[in-house]
Design a protein around this ligand. Structure first.
Ligand code: ADP
Ligand code: MG
Length: 713
């Protein structure tokens, strides 16, 4: 560590600086809890550093002979930061992160202990992880799972209340190398895409020797913050992450006064601590603001290379929950915590950087750059159209079902928004020889320059599932609580496939001595003719789009059970297998895991709803019923009770209705009938929510929507 940096950090630790001037030292603090290349350069021998730098930058294999040295340096660095333990940190199929801590202590053979950490411990772990979902991959005879270091994603320090832990990002595989996590196939898909992009780059005459291509991700995360006391008073939030009951309050988002509004001090405190913590972890938190619904907010980082961006994102979600908890708040990452108000998504901004180091979704200034851009764009159009169902599967979950298709989030139909100008350009390419009216000419790919694309004209459509936003695509169907790996794994694979097809043709044409630009133009023309049906620039929320999409033959997989079946389609299995992203067995296991997860959520929610109704909410109704009946009786003929009698009747009938709805829900639960559980919960909710509107608030045992959404600061 450089002396200046060390001094700053020491001074800050002793609190003799940063009193109001944290920002002054932000560049030094950024990444201070990360075992980065910068740190490694200072603490490793030149030989070890050169080797590991090569592994990280070029994505090659780790040289095992330097592992001990790296481990020793990492241990020293971590101990200086208060670490007593290390953990392999991984992303099992549960969708969250997992860790099993081991302390550095070892006997020193002299009656005491020493602190040790070997290269072997760094590189490989074998957590006793037989309880993680494997979808049948790990049969009874072989329940072992291994974690392996992903050196491209740096180790980091996680702070606990009393000490810290060294976290080593790893992938998680079975004995025969089968993927048991979300990271392994993501890394494989990145390699697959890189291979095809480099192949295309070669055809464009770009030097690819020793180079690779990678994707970038900038996930925008929406979330809710509510008071922890409100959270703790609701079994549904505690158990399922969303409210299963609750009347829509008089005031919600209709005045649109929350979006981008001034941030309240308590929330600001949360955001400030969040940003600081993230920066310390090298996570480039950039944007923060209020979202559409009251109590809803957003955070977005500066984009990063995909696997690092995903690791950072998983850490971000965890840190958000912890900091909220520490500050008496609860951070809700569920896709639909409150019915009737805006849900939360994770806009997955994604792009490709070629072996030339340039963003291939940035229309450049030269015809050559434009040709690269148009080829990439058309490959994406083809990939998304051909595998729209697979993309839909990648964002399918019980929680996201409440959001996709509602009038606030992209629908379950996957379509592409290109904007008027770009659509005009692809139409020119499609027409090939004919004159177009708009620009008065025909675009010759690789020969003519594109008109400058105005960014603001491409970003106006907020209802599209998959939108081009100037220099990247934004996949908006990803759910707020999801690990974004699956969506990006599919995206990488289907684009790799489309580019691979393109390269097959271009290479054949080259062999036949055809002109490169002319053959590319023809390929792009064919793609647009066949796949432009997936391009839709209109409003995705209107019902006519459902009709129109059906006419165009676009899949509309409305819920998770429907979507999951698409995994089994031959073309979908083929594309994942062909590019070495998932084997057929791994795909089958993922299908099982997702199906099981869906059913588990439904049963849990159904159970929770029935319990709350029977033990908390119907009793509140009955108590009120008794109060009303007693009052009417004691008033007798002394006063008029017509209105009260009517009220008593209404309350009584809602109690009866709720009880019979409960019976029906419980019958569905006993049969594990997912569809009936779903509809049974919805039905029960109607009578209970109506009852909430009649029973006095002092008898109602749950905090209301108004309290939760409006009283968080
Ligand atoms: P908005 O979508 O709200 O208009 P921006 O487009 O500026 O905001 O950025 C949203 C997110 O997209 C940010 O996280 C940003 O870093 C990310 N982003 C920008 N360029 C790229 C890119 N080339 N690849 C991936 N993500 C990107
Ligand atoms: Mg955006």
């Amino acid at each position: 560590m450089s002396q200046a940096r060390e001094e700053v950090i020491q001074a800050c630790e002793q609190e003799s600086c940063c009193n109001g001037s944290f920002s002054e030292h932000l560049p030094e603090h950024f990444g201070e809890n990360v075992f980065s290349l910068k740190v490694m350069k200072e603490v490793l021998s030149p030989k070890a550093y050169v080797s590991i730098e090569k592994t990280i930058k070029e994505g090659g294999k780790l040289d095992a002979s330097i592992a001990d040295e790296v481990a020793e340096a990492m241990k020293k660095w971590a101990i200086a930061k208060g670490a007593t333990h290390f953990t392999h940190w991984f992303q099992p199929m549960t969708g969250t992160t997992a860790e099993k801590h081991d302390s550095f202590i070892a006997w020193d053979n002299a009656g005491g202990i020493t602190l040790s950490f070997s290269g072997k411990e760094l590189i490989q772990g074998e957590p006793d992880a037989s309880s993680f979902p494997s979808g049948g991959l790990r049969a009874t005879f072989e329940a072992r799972g291994y974690t392996g270091w992903d050196p491209t994603s740096p180790a980091f320090i996680k702070e606990g209340p009393e000490a810290t832990t060294l976290c080593i990002p790893t992938f998680y595989i079975g004995y025969h190398g089968e993927a048991l996590d979300k990271k392994t196939p993501l890394l494989r898909s990145m390699a697959a895409l890189s291979k095809q992009v480099c192949r295309l780059a070669n055809l464009f005459g770009i030097d690819t020797k020793g180079k690779r291509s990678y994707c970038t991700i900038g996930p925008e995360q929406e979330y809710f913050l509510i008071d922890k006391a409100h959270f703790n008073a609701r079994l549904d939030l505690i158990e399922t992450g969303r409210t299963l009951f609750g009347r829509k309050p008089a005031k919600h988002q209709q005045q649109e006064d929350h979006y981008f509004g001034a941030i309240k001090p308590r929330i600001m405190g949360f955001m400030e601590e969040l940003d600081r913590t993230l920066w310390g972890l090298g996570i480039p938190a950039k944007t923060r603001h209020n979202e559409v619904s009251p109590a809803q907010y957003e955070i977005a980082p500066i984009y990063e290379e995909l696997n690092i961006g995903v690791d950072h994102h998983m850490t971000l979600m965890e840190v958000m929950r912890q900091i909220a908890d520490k500050r008496g708040l609860a951070c809700l990452l569920h896709e639909k915590p409150f019915a009737g108000v805006n849900g939360s998504g994770k806009h997955n901004n994604w792009s490709i950087v070629g072996p030339d180091g340039k963003n291939w979704l940035y229309p450049g200034k030269t015809p050559h750059d434009n040709a690269k851009f148009l080829a990439t764009l058309c490959a994406i159009i083809k990939g998304v159209d051909t595998y729209a169902d697979l993309l839909r599967v990648s964002v399918a979950s019980a929680a996201n079902d409440h959001r996709l298709g509602a009038n606030e989030a992209p629908p379950a139909i996957v379509s592409i928004f290109l904007g008027e100008q770009l659509t005009d350009i692809i139409e020119q390419i499609e027409k090939g020889g004919a004159k177009t009216s708009k620009e008065g000419g025909i675009l010759h790919v690789g020969v003519d320059s594109l008109p400058q694309l105005a960014k603001d004209t491409t970003d106006r459509n907020r209802s599209s599932t998959f939108a081009f936003t100037g220099n990247k695509f934004e996949f908006r169907a990803v759910g707020s609580s999801m690990n974004p790996s699956a969506a990006n794994m599919v995206l990488n694979t289907i684009v790799a496939e489309a580019i691979s097809d393109m390269c097959d043709q271009l290479e054949a044409d080259k062999q036949a001595g055809k002109d490169f630009n002319a053959s590319l133009q023809k390929i792009l023309q064919d793609i647009i003719k066949k796949h432009k049906k997936v391009v839709y620039n209109g409003d995705n929320y209107v019902p006519q789009w459902q009709v129109e999409a059906k006419k165009r033959g676009l899949p509309n997989l409305k819920n998770t059970p429907e979507a999951l079946e698409a995994i089994k389609a031959k073309k979908n299995i083929q594309v994942l297998v062909k590019h070495g992203v998932l084997t057929e067995t791994e795909i089958a296991s993922r299908y099982e895991i997702n199906k099981h997860a869906y059913n588990t959520v439904l049963v849990l929610e159904g159970d929770c709803a029935a319990t709350m109704a029977r033990t908390q909410l119907i009793p509140a109704g009955i108590e009120y019923q008794k109060q009303l009946a007693d009052t009417i009786k004691s008033v007798g003929t002394a006063g008029k009770t017509t209105g009260q009698k009517k009220l008593l009747k209404e309350v009584s009938s809602l109690i009866e209705q709720s009880l019979s709805d409960c019976d029906a829900l419980e019958a569905a639960l006993a049969k594990h009938d997912a569809a009936k559980i779903f509809s049974g919960m919805a039905k029960l909710r109607v009578s209970i929510d109506e009852m909430e509107g009649l029973v006095p608030s002092y008898l109602w045992p749950l905090p209301s929507y108004a309290e939760m959404l409006l009283m968080n600061a």
